[in-house]
Design a protein around this ligand. Structure first.
Ligand SMILES: [Zn+2]
Length: 135
């Protein structure tokens, strides 16, 4: 029986992201299977047309987490759609705990930020009250 491979797996194979064992299984199968060779050729063609699908971006960047600033932009929803989707994928599907922690941190910072004007007003009020007393 010929082993089956998903498109994602074949693309990961092209990018040399697969574990050695799986990669050599694909290599072996490629040698005997016209069908698999054709499929792989089709995938390469499609990829060379420069599709920026979520899966593609994920494959390219999955080893790295988005930086803090990008995550901040993600929270604000101001990123380009593929990147926005990628980060959502990274967080919700992959469930990256590192980035999840950054999100929590950023959200807390945002809450603190919105508290600050009140504090500033209070400080201003207290200092002018003190100023008035001194006169
Ligand atoms: Zn991450």
């Amino acid at each position: 029986m010929t082993p089956t491979f998903s498109d994602d797996e074949l693309l990961a194979f092209l990018d040399e992201l697969l574990p050695n064992e799986r990669a050599s299984l694909i290599e072996q199968t490629l040698r005997d299977s016209d069908e698999l060779r054709n499929r792989l050729a089709g995938l390469i063609r499609r990829r060379d047309q420069g599709g920026h699908t979520v899966g593609e971006i994920w494959r390219r960047y999955r080893l790295t987490c988005p930086d803090r600033q990008t995550i901040g932009s993600y929270l604000l929803g101001v990123l380009d759609e593929p990147l926005q989707q990628y980060i959502q994928f990274h967080l919700e599907t992959i469930g990256c705990r590192l980035c999840g922690a950054t999100i929590t941190e950023l959200e807390e910072a945002q809450t603190a930020e919105s508290d600050r004007p009140t504090q500033r007003r209070r400080r201003y009020f207290e200092s002018s009250a003190g100023h008035l007393r001194k006169r």
